[in-house]
Design a protein. Structure first.
Length: 531
């Protein structure tokens, strides 16, 4: 009779520490599925091993699965709720799900019994900073640094708060200090943390207008050690940073999110000029952008790329590689910024580089004429992707009341995704009625959205794909954004979109009183709209 608690005859007990090391090495090399398989093998031998459960929880966070991380970290925490590391890990998983009160509730009792644990103060700082309370976040990061002055993560997090507060040079100094500490760590520091800090440093340099320094450092976004860096599977070599562009058959890859693809497409006219009459440009784009880009850049071949999520990363390729097999080289399109936009003065002064379909613009102008009278102003107030870090960057619709009360305006819905409940509540609260464009999917029909935006008198909203499209088409666009952004490149305007106007909040406020941060800037928008 088999004994389920004994090893089979001749089988060896797995070496759990050795398996953990193997799994950690695979994870460090980006082989996450292999790492998970090894961790599972270790768990079969030691089902409740806290270190293995914690390692798997951290992998789940890295792969964008905070719910799974909560389950794994929760098992460790339930077994030992007095363990600071267990409480810290669970609080991080809750933070990533925007369950801030739950996360603080985990940390508060352990801080009373273990107030000298710097990781707890650091994580508490990240939680309140995600809520928008930068003042409290600084206090908690400072406490972590008082306990351990050479705590690189806390110093880098502190730099992020200073950036949000508009103290960009101080943020850069703090980021440099964090990098120096991390580099001095045994083994040269954690590669993932270092890549994240370098990317943050790039954004600080760019926010200061130091483009010639910033663009090369911005290459950190492609560092394989960065958990969210993309993977490109392409049949040609990557363009050498020092190679001449003239006469090349070049593949320029759209990268990052939809709004970023629109933003960086502003490089295409200059890139075509740099390639010259004997060069050739193949431009890859998100499939929904292909018709608009093809019309806007007739001298380029525009093709759709395919993106899949695998092991926590975006993998970008082409279903049919024959479309790009003849290319001499490929490049992420933003890597051309160092060549084509080394100074702010190199940004173009003319408005609009995308060309909406003239027939559809005329159609939407006719359709808008049937709407109630008033200036036709489109409104979009958030992104479709609301992670814990991004959520604070968008003013919730209930705070837009003073703007919506502007007389002589007929509001037009431009917000994509599920938003009917938000719109219904705003209409009831503020006594307005949104005109909802018929027959258009605002998420999927981007070519038609570009035409609709161009037919409006004005587009107002958060920095997202919709406002980026409108501004790139030359439509009058007002961006309502949070503090600490790098996109202004050290100016008080929007260099990428000279027709756009920026309204920058002085702070994010906090989750409990967001009006502290957003009300002043929304009042500015209302005044500008009335005038």
């Amino acid at each position: 009779m088999n004994n389920p608690s004994s090893q089979r005859a001749g089988a060896m007990t797995p070496d759990v520490p050795s398996l953990r090391r193997q799994a950690a090495d695979e994870a460090a090399n980006g082989q996450l599925s292999t790492a998970i398989a090894i961790y599972r093998q270790a768990l079969e031998a030691a089902p409740d091993h806290p270190a293995i459960l914690s390692d798997l929880g951290r992998l789940a966070l890295r792969m964008g699965e905070p719910g799974m991380a909560e389950v794994l970290f929760g098992r460790v925490y339930e077994a030992d709720p007095a363990n600071p590391e267990a409480a810290d890990n669970l609080a991080q998983a809750l933070r990533e799900q925007a369950r801030y009160d739950d996360a603080v509730a985990i940390l508060r009792p352990i801080l009373q019994t273990s107030p000298a644990e710097p990781i707890l103060w650091n994580t508490l700082g990240t939680i309140v900073n995600a809520q928008g309370d930068s003042a409290a976040a600084l206090i908690y990061f400072d406490e972590a640094l008082r306990l351990v002055p050479r705590f690189a993560a806390a110093r880098y997090n502190r730099a992020g708060v200073l950036m949000d507060q508009g103290q960009t040079q101080a943020a850069l100094d703090e980021c440099d200090a964090a990098l120096a500490i991390a580099q001095a760590a045994p083994g040269g520091g954690n590669a993932s943390d270092m890549a994240m800090m370098r990317l943050g440093r790039a954004m600080m340099l760019l926010a200061l207008g130091r483009l010639e320094e910033g663009w090369p450092v911005y290459e950190a976004r492609m560092d394989p050690a960065l958990p969210e860096s993309p993977v490109f599977e392409l049949p040609c070599p990557r363009l050498d940073a020092h190679a001449h562009l003239a006469d090349l058959n070049l593949l320029a890859m759209g990268e990052q999110g939809l709004g970023d693809e629109v933003l960086f497409a502003s490089l295409v006219p200059d890139l075509l000029q740099a390639l010259g009459p004997r060069g050739r440009l193949t431009l890859s784009a998100e499939p929904r952008l292909v018709p608009l880009f093809a019309r806007s850049f007739p001298n380029a071949q525009v093709i759709a790329h395919a993106t899949v999520q695998q092991e926590g990363r975006s993998w970008r390729s082409f279903p049919d590689e024959s479309a790009v097999a003849a290319c001499d080289a490929w490049t992420p399109i933003a890597s051309l910024l160092a060549r084509l936009r080394p100074k702010v003065e190199c940004f173009k002064a003319e408005a609009g580089y995308l060309r909406p379909d003239p027939a559809r613009v005329a159609f939407w102008r006719s359709a808008l004429a049937t709407a109630p009278p008033g200036r036709k102003v489109g409104l979009t107030w958030r992104s479709g992707l609301l992670t814990s870090k991004r959520r604070r960057s968008y003013a919730p619709l209930p705070l837009w009341g003073e703007v919506m009360a502007t007389p002589g305006v007929q509001w037009v819905q431009l917000q994509y995704g599920e938003c009917d409940a938000e719109l219904d509540a705003a209409e009831a609260a503020f006594g307005v009625r949104f005109w909802r464009p018929p027959g258009i999917d605002l998420r999927e029909d981007l070519d038609d959205l570009a035409a609709l935006s161009s037919a409006l008198d004005l587009v107002i909203g958060a920095p997202n794909a919709t406002t980026s499209l409108a501004a790139a088409c030359g439509a009058q666009t007002w961006f309502v954004t949070g503090p600490g952004g790098w996109i202004q490149l050290g100016t008080s305007r929007h260099p990428w979109y000279p027709n756009a106007r920026l309204f920058v909040a002085p702070s994010f406020g906090s989750t409990k009183s967001q009006d502290e941060g957003w009300t002043p800037v929304l009042a500015d928008v209302a005044r500008a709209l009335r005038s």
